[in-house]
Design a protein around this ligand. Structure first.
Ligand SMILES: [Zn+2]
Length: 478
């Protein structure tokens, strides 16, 4: 949950595009293509989504990085088959390793993937791949219900479709759903990425390094990397495939700019992993240093922290506690707005600005819950807990206790936490990797440090080599 993100958030269903179809010749792939939307529609879709994507993830707050990535992307796009699109490249403040493209030329790349690259050429290969999705006009497959369920927010979304007070939370839950492309489209984008990076004079051999890193991440953690892993072809297969493509290139294109050292030095100081300033939990208590509050959720519930909401879901996934910012400036106004819709009825006040309520969805389902409005440091928080009518009775007391626990965070140890950061080290002499981790310890597992550096755990490292380590990020009570 972030302080600067307020206001409505509307999810646009990318898959629901109704328009005139036409068969056109794709400039990037040379294929005849059934296009479901005009170029103007593509651009409109990407443009409409842009503020929502940025509000949902946040931009990485470093103008140098934004300019650097945008400049690289613009140069690649200008040499593509669709240079006239309103190309825009953003670095998102997100720890997940990911990059994705929206139609019309809107490309997003996370700080999480940037910190895993070891050269400018690796970055360029990923930008090129994403540009390929746009130039080849890849159509977007529908986001699956399964993905939604994986978030543990299925209940929230189902209950909130037409229930305005919860819409913010359901929408926030959708932020990690990415546009999915088919495997053939992914292979085509790999090929186009290779084309664009070699056109720009980069060493194509850097592209498979990215796939190797993704492959190792998958093996190490089983972590799902949206777009860049779960919907993409198996990274190991991609290495072989793209190497065959590189071998077909004319010799003069098989080498080029790498930009290793300059890129690594640029990474020095980049936020790594989750940023606890935007909220973190210790046990079942949630702390938000930037907004200086704390709140305790019911024992055993799963805590979910997102940019526009924080909350917890019951083990049976049939009840929720959700914390969002109200748009109004005082609790009375916020309560009035909450109870304005006809389908929401107040059921008595149990504390100043805390109410019971009943609500009806358009499908006739009945919900019961408690809601409170608290002014804290010039913003009004909406605290809400709800479940289906029959389930709420068992949660009522837990829910009220949780809502009442919202309070100012005063403990400096919790207030002053800082995120972990990448620190760059130039090796003063040759050493092997395990010696490196002893001499320059990281707040990350050795296996993870090896992956982000693109080295093996038994590798010999030469004198003068630039390495990344992870510093800081300690949390009190953990
Ligand atoms: Zn892709």
């Amino acid at each position: 949950m972030r302080s600067k993100c307020r206001g409505p958030f509307i999810v646009i269903a990318m898959a629901c595009v109704v328009g005139l179809s036409a068969c056109t010749l794709n400039p990037a792939t040379g294929e005849r293509q059934l296009t479901l939307m005009s170029e103007a529609q593509e651009v409109a879709m990407g443009r409409q989504a842009e503020p929502q994507v940025l509000a949902s993830f946040g931009e990485y707050p470093d103008q140098e990085w934004q300019t650097y990535v945008n400049d690289l992307g613009q140069a690649l796009a200008a040499a593509s088959e669709r240079p006239h699109l309103p190309w825009a490249f953003h670095v998102l403040d997100d720890p997940l390793v990911n990059a994705f493209a929206y139609p019309g030329g809107y490309i997003y790349i996370t700080r999480g993937i940037l910190s895993h690259f070891n050269s400018e050429a690796e970055l360029v290969s990923v930008l090129g791949h994403e540009i390929g999705h746009v130039t080849a006009r890849h159509s977007v497959e529908q986001m699956s219900q399964q993905q939604l369920a994986q978030l543990g927010l299925g209940v929230a979304a189902a209950a909130s479709e037409d229930f305005r007070p919860y819409a913010g939370y359901a929408a926030a839950g959708l932020q990690v759903l990415f546009l999915k492309f088919g495997r053939d489209d992914e292979r085509q984008s790999d090929d186009l990425g290779l084309r664009y990076m070699t056109r720009a004079g980069y060493d194509p051999e850097e592209m498979p390094n990215v796939f190797r890193t993704l492959d190792r991440m998958q093996d190490a953690s089983g972590q799902q990397v949206p777009d860049w892993q779960s919907t993409h072809p198996d990274p190991a297969d991609r290495v072989g495939r793209i190497q065959a493509r590189i071998a077909e290139l004319p010799p003069e294109l098989r080498e080029g700019k790498v930009g290793r050292e300059s890129f690594l030095r640029r990474l020095n100081g980049m936020t790594f992993g989750d940023n606890p300033r935007a909220g973190y939990s210790v046990g079942n208590t949630f702390y938000h240093p930037d907004m200086a509050f704390r709140m305790t959720f019911p024992d055993g519930w799963t805590i979910v922290n997102q940019r526009q909401a924080a909350g917890a879901i019951s083990p049976e996934q049939d009840a929720l506690v959700v914390l969002t910012l109200a748009r109004e400036n005082n609790p009375t106004e916020a309560a009035r707005a909450f109870f304005e819709p006809e389908n929401v009825q107040p059921g008595g006040r149990w504390r100043n600005s805390f109410y019971n309520f009943n609500a009806t969805g358009s499908d006739g389902s009945l919900l019961r819950g408690v809601v409170g409005f608290v002014k804290h440091r010039d913003v009004v928080f909406q605290l809400i807990a709800y479940a289906g009518q029959d389930d709420f009775s068992q949660y009522g007391n837990l829910a009220r206790r949780s809502l009442a626990s919202f309070s100012e965070l005063r403990d400096r140890r919790y207030l002053e936490v800082q995120p972990a950061r990448v620190e760059i080290v130039e090796l003063p002499r040759a050493m092997n990797f395990s010696e490196f981790t002893r001499r320059y310890p990281s707040n990350a597992k050795a296996s993870e440090v090896a992956i982000i550096n693109g080295v093996e755990e038994d590798q010999e490292l030469e004198k003068g080599r630039i390495m990344k380590r992870i510093m800081g990020g300690e949390l009190p009570g953990k």
